[in-house]
Write a protein that binds this ligand. Structure first.
Ligand code: SF4
Ligand code: SF4
Length: 145
């Protein structure tokens, strides 16, 4: 797990990593009272959790502003201690999708070139995903994005 610090970056990144991610259904239901942005709908699905290879029920809360429903106005997480594994490991660079565009896993600010390379990879992945005809809003989103 990376140990970088986001506080020097949030003025620029606005916690753009905190998008509409899948939550284990129980974790989500246990924390509904801490929701900051009320979802317009929730998508549910049952799938293998890639972090522990166990089948689980998941929920993706869909928000109007496309951010995580637990993201606070100060860009902090309302459920930080209980946040999902994907949030805990984000930034460790094990796969491109877990790379922060602003800092590397050691907390070093990325060069413009490195940031652009990651952005291109993300755009490519998103285009490939959308080409399959799937849509987050339509409720077909899975881990594959
Ligand atoms: S991980 Fe990166 S994008 Fe997310 S809050 Fe930290 S600096 Fe910003
Ligand atoms: S649960 Fe917290 S850390 Fe994870 S995406 Fe939402 S606001 Fe960000």
């Amino acid at each position: 797990m990376c140990k970088f610090d986001c506080k020097d970056f949030v003025d620029k990144c606005h916690a753009c990593c905190c998008g509409m991610i899948p939550f284990e259904k129980k974790l989500y239901n246990d924390n509904v009272d801490k929701i900051i942005t009320k979802p317009i709908k929730v998508n549910e699905f049952h799938e293998l959790d890639p972090f522990d290879n166990k089948e689980k029920d998941f929920i993706i809360p869909i928000t109007n502003n496309m951010t995580c429903c637990f993201l606070q106005d100060d860009y902090k997480c309302a459920i930080y201690d209980e946040r999902p594994t994907v949030c805990k490991v984000f930034g460790d660079e094990t796969v491109p999708a877990l790379s922060c565009h602003y800092q590397d896993k050691d907390g070093k600010k990325r060069s413009r070139q490195s940031k652009r390379q990651l952005e291109r990879k993300s755009e490519k992945n998103l285009k490939a995903y959308l080409k399959k005809g799937k849509s987050i809003i339509k409720g077909e989103n899975k881990w594959s994005i």
